[in-house]
Design a protein around this ligand. Sequence first.
Ligand SMILES: Cc1cc2nc3c(=O)[nH]c(=O)nc-3n(C[C@H](O)[C@H](O)[C@H](O)COP(=O)(O)OP(=O)(O)OC[C@H]3O[C@@H](n4cnc5c(N)ncnc54)[C@H](O)[C@@H]3O)c2cc1C
Ligand SMILES: *[C@@H]1O[C@H](CO)[C@@H](O)[C@H](O)[C@H]1NC(C)=O
Ligand SMILES: *[C@@H]1O[C@H](CO)[C@@H](O)[C@H](O)[C@H]1NC(C)=O
Ligand SMILES: *[C@@H]1O[C@H](CO)[C@@H](O)[C@H](O)[C@H]1NC(C)=O
Ligand SMILES: *[C@@H]1O[C@H](CO)[C@@H](O)[C@H](O)[C@H]1NC(C)=O
Length: 542
Amino acid sequence: MWSLFLLLLSIPLSSSSSSSSSPSLHESFLQCLTFNSDKSFPFDSSIYSRSNPSFAAILESSAQNLRLLEASAPKPEFIFTPSTDAHVRTAVICSKKLGIHLRVRSGGHDYEGLSFVSEIESPFMILDLGKLREVNVEIGDNSAWVQAGATVGEVYYRIAEKSSVHGFPAGLCTSLGVGGHITGGAYGTMMRKYGLGVDNVLDAKIVNANGEILDREAMGEDLFWAIRGGGGASFGILLWWKIKLVPVPKTVTVFTVTKTLSQNATNILHKWQQVAPTTDENLFVRVIIQPASTNKTHRTISTSYNALFLGDAKSLLKLLARDFPELGLTRSDCLETTWIRSVLYIAGYPSDTPLEVLLQGKSSFKNSFKAKSDFVREPIPLDGIEGLWKRLLEEDSPLVIWNPYGGAMSDFTESETPFPHRNGTLYKIQYLTLWNNNGGDDKSVEARHVEWIRKLYNYMAPYVSKFPREAYVNYRDLDLGMNARNSTSYIQASAWGNMYFKDNFNRLVKIKTMVDPENVFRHEQSIPPLPISSSSPTSNIS
Ligand SMILES: Cc1cc2nc3c(=O)[nH]c(=O)nc-3n(C[C@H](O)[C@H](O)[C@H](O)COP(=O)(O)OP(=O)(O)OC[C@H]3O[C@@H](n4cnc5c(N)ncnc54)[C@H](O)[C@@H]3O)c2cc1C
Ligand SMILES: *[C@@H]1O[C@H](CO)[C@@H](O)[C@H](O)[C@H]1NC(C)=O
Ligand SMILES: *[C@@H]1O[C@H](CO)[C@@H](O)[C@H](O)[C@H]1NC(C)=O
Ligand SMILES: *[C@@H]1O[C@H](CO)[C@@H](O)[C@H](O)[C@H]1NC(C)=O
Ligand SMILES: *[C@@H]1O[C@H](CO)[C@@H](O)[C@H](O)[C@H]1NC(C)=O
């Protein structure tokens, strides 16, 4: 009775806002697209309103963090899946004209779901680039043009299809979308040899806030700098990257060696901190850390050394005998393979998986999670590591990954790209807590896990980078800068901005103010423009 009454009342009241207005906004958007575009294109089959039977499937398709798909998470009015670059620019023009906030999604791996959920804007739409996934490899030119909606797995596959001695240094997880991934840095197993994805970009095409398509020359070097690490969806919509291919040997070697607490894991990890960032840059050894059961009543900590070496097993064994004998690597731990098969190995696929799995273009493993990151500049002492073990053993399904830096990562100055975590960084830590709500929407389960990871983050503070405590923008974390909420948007943003970008934040703000003063491209942690009338926050922005 009450609910019926409220429902009747709410219809006229909400006609201009989120819940019951989807038909009209979606219709107007469709009309606007048709009017401003190829009139014969069947746009109605590329727009999914909430009442479309495929709406949920399209929304969920690439969304990686199930926490942001729960019933309580805000939903878009509609999703548009463009088929051409021109459709993307028309979508920007129409969303501005109709005043509907636009979120752009490539691979859907955003940790806080910012590509498909808005907690602050209503109504909003999703521009899903999943149909824009061409990869054109030019071996003779050592380059490739790749479209934003392609996954890194597709990029690797298309390179390997043409050459066994070329590769690209980006993410380990093969379902990442190059559109969002490379805008935030993009690290992977070859980072110590060649740097990040952003360090190997030659050109790009974007749609700017006016709906214009610009390449590197047209956008200028400031904007081209900003999009290579300044984070997704602040400066425009990335359509294409032109990437530089890098040489890889015909034979590479991979291994995974696991040590538990009774196998001296703590001491070996302590030593890893000194070795992994300084050893030969052809070697990348990350450590995957999680609790493991020894029997029904007893849990231990498992530390798995998971590595790629750009060379053969013999050279690797020699190198580790010199630099890291504590690991006890043997010939039988080593698997010699091709670079492209090492991609599958590091991504966790069984050894008989066909390479074509890279073309499936979507993730095969999803759950709900909350994550955080840190950068380490001084080795963590043994008692600090032991305190970490204690906290991990208290949580159901935590995961911590230590990722070595050094090598080529130190060849770039902090301001060369917006990604500032360079020389002096020993390694990066990623903390995750994962859970499965089994389709439920239990906020108390989520709250318990989130509280655990926040406490862990507080515990780690003395051991990690300070002033600022650095964080990786591609591990988007909306907790950062929370204590600065009560302030102007610039000061509030500088709290997380300095953590992600250090001094580069000021330059990002300046470029944002220049290219998107009205803040068309925005989300919970996008780079803010300065208020139109105000002057720069600091005098020495370059
Ligand atoms: C399982 C998993 C593994 C990961 N492994 C790695 C790794 O090995 N290395 C690494 O560096 N990172 C890794 N990440 C982090 C990853 O790089 C970021 O989540 C990245 O933002 C994902 O890009 P996307 O296109 O898939 O995500 P999306 O969710 O589509 O986008 C991420 C952000 O970029 C914006 N965006 C998306 N497309 C565009 C576009 N075309 N133009 C402008 N802005 C856009 C979105 O609006 C959003 O703000 C991993 C993440 C997950 C979930
Ligand atoms: C454990 O590792 C430390 C440091 O590498 C080493 O000194 C010690 O001998 C090792 N202990 C055992 C039992 O292997
Ligand atoms: C479980 O393993 C621990 C550590 O190895 C051991 O101390 C304990 O006795 C074991 N318990 C059972 C029931 O086997
Ligand atoms: C990195 O920093 C160290 C110590 O501060 C310095 O000795 C070294 O020259 C730097 N390397 C590069 C490539 O700048
Ligand atoms: C916000 O800050 C202002 C000035 O610093 C202060 O007066 C105000 O009480 C604060 N508001 C809240 C909600 O904390």
